[in-house]
Design a protein around this ligand. Structure first.
Ligand SMILES: [Zn+2]
Length: 264
């Protein structure tokens, strides 16, 4: 059977795509993690990949889950995450772009994504991408309705070496149209003194390469930024917790600044 020939994607043994932490959290920060998980629906048979590839950065944002959960606790912030691998469907890409369901990621060919029918691609969108983004949209809608201050933070991690090139940054801010939060965050990260900080490095946000910030942050008028942490720094629990501590402290300093500037 071609794995494109299925009429349902998620079966009774598969987990729901959306997971939330601390939904009643009182913080203005709303934390989003598009590449939190590395699950593959059973019907897709690991997309033809060996476990060593499914554990790598091509499948998910290594280390960010622990940072995101720790940050949610420390800030008392609502965290919404997506549990399926970005190789099934990338929840931070517009669904019409080629990298939404990649056939190749870095140098790894994803055989389970080759020759995918329009129907099979649509199924991934309807069962994973859509419910995740619908939920984020609902949560933001509810917060705006209740006049709750809301700052969108999209959490990611990046591989220390990509296509043979080593990346010097420990952390980067990612942004496009928000000119308020990213400069504050950059300033405080640089003030730490021990960090190489990327300003829209290793990635910048654009409407073609991103979904969460343009759609849920910019289009809804929310103060927003993406944060990218280098994966070797959060490769174990101690690293995850240190970065959760550090970001909680910095975002905790930023909150009163945003309030004082009447931005939230
Ligand atoms: Zn990511």
């Amino acid at each position: 059977m071609n794995i494109g020939d299925i009429s349902l994607l998620l079966g009774s043994e598969d987990a729901p795509p959306v997971l939330e932490y601390n939904a009643a959290g009182r913080s203005p920060f709303l934390l989003i993690c598009d590449h939190y998980g590395r699950l593959i629906p059973k019907a897709l048979r690991d997309l033809g990949l060996p476990e060593r590839d499914l554990a790598r950065h091509v499948a998910w944002d290594v280390g960010i889950a622990g940072v995101a959960e720790g940050l949610s606790k420390r800030l008392d912030a609502h965290l919404i995450v997506q549990r399926y691998s970005r190789l099934v469907i990338d929840c931070n890409r517009p669904p019409h772009v080629a990298s939404s369901i990649p056939r190749i990621s870095e140098a790894t060919t994803i055989s389970g994504n080759e020759g995918l029918s329009r129907e099979a691609a649509g199924l991934r969108r309807r069962e994973i991408f859509d419910p995740y983004h619908r939920r984020i949209d609902e949560v933001i809608g509810r917060r705006l309705h209740d006049a709750r201050p809301t700052v969108l933070i999209a959490l990611h991690s990046f591989t220390p070496v990509y296509a043979g090139i080593a990346r010097p940054w420990h952390i980067g801010t990612l942004y496009h149209r928000d000119t308020r939060l990213p400069p504050l965050l950059l300033k405080l990260l640089r003030a730490e003194g021990d960090l190489v900080v990327g300003d829209n490095e290793p990635y910048a946000v654009s409407d073609e390469t991103d979904y969460t910030i343009p759609v849920h942050g910019e289009a809804r008028g929310l103060i927003n930024t993406g944060i990218e942490i280098r994966q070797d720094l959060i490769a174990d629990q101690a690293g995850e917790q240190q970065w959760a501590d550090r970001l909680a402290r910095i975002l905790g300093e930023i909150e009163p600044m945003l309030r004082a500037a009447r931005l939230i």
